[in-house]
Design a protein around this ligand. Structure first.
Ligand code: ASP
Length: 438
């Protein structure tokens, strides 16, 4: 049995939390490979080491040398090593790291040093080899080279029975350090789990798994005991932020379940993520509710749109020219809407799009509704339960929320409801009460 465990920033925040991690890892001999993030916040208002490192990168860019932000990074790591009583010569390591940061002058190199140093410390604490992700995770330009990474990680694991691997970064073909997007240590962990042929990928964080909805809206939201990879993808894409939304691809391919566990409450069951075929049918209709605010819906209407070949393509070309990606595209016979992130529509962009779309397809009408929130109701159970949408829209009506858009997608896994931003919380509350509240 092999488990790959990834520990997030709060699990690495100080010496005490690292000792917790050590106890967790040592409690189960199957926990052979450990992937770590950089130290996160210890308390509300604290600083994340990665944020400080990004600040360090701009210091170096502006002044040519590291400054106060790096001093704070150094203080965090020295404090951890002191607290743990390790023999690691952290001040030499920090000096050397500062020198390299100034020499490399690369933001990605600088940002990656949080994970690098944390992994060095964790390896020392556990008494197992340290694996530098630059030797095992490979990029081609800015994108991951999956094949080469898999090959090198497999080679690494055949050499080491146990190891600590730094998350978040790798190296490109030119020998430069590249990082994933923020939160990317989850991806490193998933890649390691696949290459190790793990039976389980444990993702240790500071919450006890996924909740059925955002606890800031519904404080008593229940936990989700299990969900499928696809449900996870839908929920995390729509804002349920427990894990990086790209995490599942490597493990899903290899059918490796993911367990979301809480470092601070290891006895809690957490959430298990499995292929749909292995998810128990437990009568749940809805697995979870997620959502995001601040979308815009651009509506086009044109008689006989349905007969006009290439209509959608020409509209999409306009979006593509402006580098705008759209999230959803609900359509009717003579209407079509494009849901896009409002952030794209700064200063006159909509007017420009409108003119270009008019030129491209001459619609009868083109309108925009801004301030739309999307609420995603996710669950495989919805497809075999008659009356799910009646319940969903009934409860939204009872909450006196106006539905601006509906998109069921093609999978029956997800119903997306667009409401105005300021009725979003009310809608989430109502849907939660309807499907989980009794
Ligand atoms: N430390 C990185 C970040 O803050 C990566 C991670 O934690 O996964 O984004």
């Amino acid at each position: 049995m092999i488990k790959v465990c990834k520990f997030g920033g709060t699990s690495m925040a100080d010496g005490t939390t690292m000792l917790r991690v050590k106890r967790i890892v040592e409690a189960d001999p199957a926990r052979r490979y450990v992937v770590v993030s950089a130290p996160g916040k210890r308390y509300g208002g604290d600083e994340k080491v990665t944020d400080l490192l990004y600040e360090t990168a701009s210091d170096v860019k502006e002044r040519g040398h590291v400054g106060d932000a790096y001093a704070r990074v150094a203080a965090r790591f020295s404090g951890i090593v002191r607290e743990l009583g390790l023999r690691l010569d952290i001040s030499a390591l920090l000096k050397e790291t500062a020198r390299k940061i100034e020499e490399e002058k690369s933001e990605e190199f600088t940002a990656s040093r949080g994970e690098y140093l944390t992994a060095r410390i964790m390896a020392e604490l556990l008494g197992v080899p340290f694996v530098d992700a630059r030797d095992a995770v490979k990029f081609r330009g800015a994108s991951l080279d999956e094949e080469e990474t898999d090959r090198l990680l497999k080679e690494t694991f055949s050499r080491y029975e146990r190891a600590v691997i730094a998350g978040f970064y790798g190296e490109d073909e030119a020998g430069s350090i590249r990082t994933f997007s923020r939160g990317g240590s989850d991806i490193s962990g998933a890649l390691a789990a696949r290459a190790a042929g793990a039976d389980l990928y444990e993702n240790w964080t500071d919450v006890s798994g996924f909740l059925a909805c955002d606890p800031r809206i519904v404080p008593e939201a229940v936990g989700i005991p299990s969900l499928s990879y696809r449900e996870l993808r839908e929920l995390s894409y729509m804002g349920a932020n427990v894990m990086h939304s790209e995490t599942i691809f490597p493990v899903r391919e290899a059918n490796i379940p993911i367990a979301i566990k809480n470092t601070f409450r290891p006895e809690d069951p957490g959430t298990l993520i499995l292929p749909a075929s292995r998810c128990k049918k437990d009568g749940r209709v809805v697995t979870g509710i997620a959502g995001k605010k601040s979308f815009a819906v651009i509506l086009l209407e044109k008689s006989h749109m349905n007969e006009e070949i290439g209509f959608t393509c020409r509209v999409l070309e306009v979006f593509a020219r402006h580098n705008i990606s759209f999230e959803h595209m609900p359509s009717g016979i003579d209407t079509m809407s494009f849901v896009i992130d409002s952030a794209y529509l700064k200063e006159g962009v909509f007017e420009q799009l409108r003119d270009e779309i008019r030129e491209a397809v001459s619609p009868d009408r083109i309108e925009i509704a801004d301030n739309i929130a999307l609420l995603a109701v996710v669950g495989h159970g919805m497809s075999d339960n008659v009356g799910t949408s009646a319940r969903l829209f009934g409860c939204i009506r009872d909450a006196r929320v106006n539905v601006r858009m509906i998109d069921q997608g093609s999978s029956e896994l997800n119903i997306i409801v667009g409401v105005e931003n300021d009725s979003y919380e009310r809608a989430v509350r109502a849907v939660y009460d309807e499907f989980f509240g009794r």
